[in-house]
Design a protein around this ligand. Structure first.
Ligand SMILES: Cc1cc2nc3c(=O)[nH]c(=O)nc-3n(C[C@H](O)[C@H](O)[C@H](O)COP(=O)(O)O)c2cc1C
Length: 201
């Protein structure tokens, strides 16, 4: 599979088979994804991997409500994910890197607040995209879950230190093939000309 094909084929999978996924395949996806570009080579992103039902339950029980797990139409398919990997970003690693002599002139080494564009989020997006494409290549389905609810509970359940930020959770598994189509896909989108501007906005 080439890169273009992987990008074109990739879609979020929100319904998995209960079949487990291979731990070596998971490790390989996570390790290789960390080769994504990193600002200043700071490499302040890391994964927490949860493999198998007992471990993935720790994420789902902290991140979701009991009523969602019991009655949301998508819950059964998502809860069957063979693995969940949380991507964690450490802003302090970037501040420290940008206070080194070769970067101190940027002014970004002063504090987290000094960053007009927090590079840790960009790095996290690159890592996640790489992992999504690697999952596609490995014949697995994957879905990213944003971290917008119960984040403190997730952090405390998995022992993530306070200054670390959670970018999201990558759910991975064998696709069940019965995904409910996301309403997001039916929204009319911007045209090509609105997204690729030539020679100026
Ligand atoms: C940062 C980020 C957060 C997302 N959060 C969620 C989420 O919480 N739940 C979900 O079902 N999909 C989530 N998605 C998936 C998007 O809805 C999906 O990528 C988009 O609708 C396009 O569909 P496709 O990826 O299948 O092409 C997220 C995607 C990104 C990049």
């Amino acid at each position: 599979m080439d890169v273009t094909e992987a990008i074109r084929r990739r879609r979020m999978t929100r319904s998995f088979e209960s079949r487990p996924i291979d731990s070596e395949v998971l490790d390989e996806i996570l390790m290789t994804s960390l080769l994504a570009p990193s600002a200043g080579n700071s490499r302040g992103t890391s994964w927490i991997s949860l493999l198998g039902e007992l471990e993935t339950a720790r994420y789902f029980e902290a991140a979701t409500d009991e009523s969602w797990r019991r009655s949301a139409p998508r819950a059964p398919g998502l809860l069957r994910a063979g693995a969940v990997a949380l991507l964690v970003a450490d802003p302090a690693a970037y501040v420290e890197r940008y206070s080194a002599p070769d970067k101190v002139g940027s002014g970004l080494g002063r504090s987290i607040e000094a960053w007009p564009v927090p590079y840790w989020w960009g790095d996290a997006g690159g890592v996640v995209m790489a992992a999504l494409l690697l999952a596609e290549e490995a014949g697995l389905g994957a879905c990213i879950h944003g971290a917008f609810r119960n984040v403190d509970a997730v952090k405390s359940s998995l022992g993530i230190p306070e200054p670390m930020l959670v970018y999201g959770a990558l759910l991975l598994g064998h696709p069940a093939g019965d995904d409910r189509r996301s309403a997001s896909l039916d929204r009319p989108g911007p045209s090509r000309a609105e997204r690729i501007h030539h020679a100026g906005w």
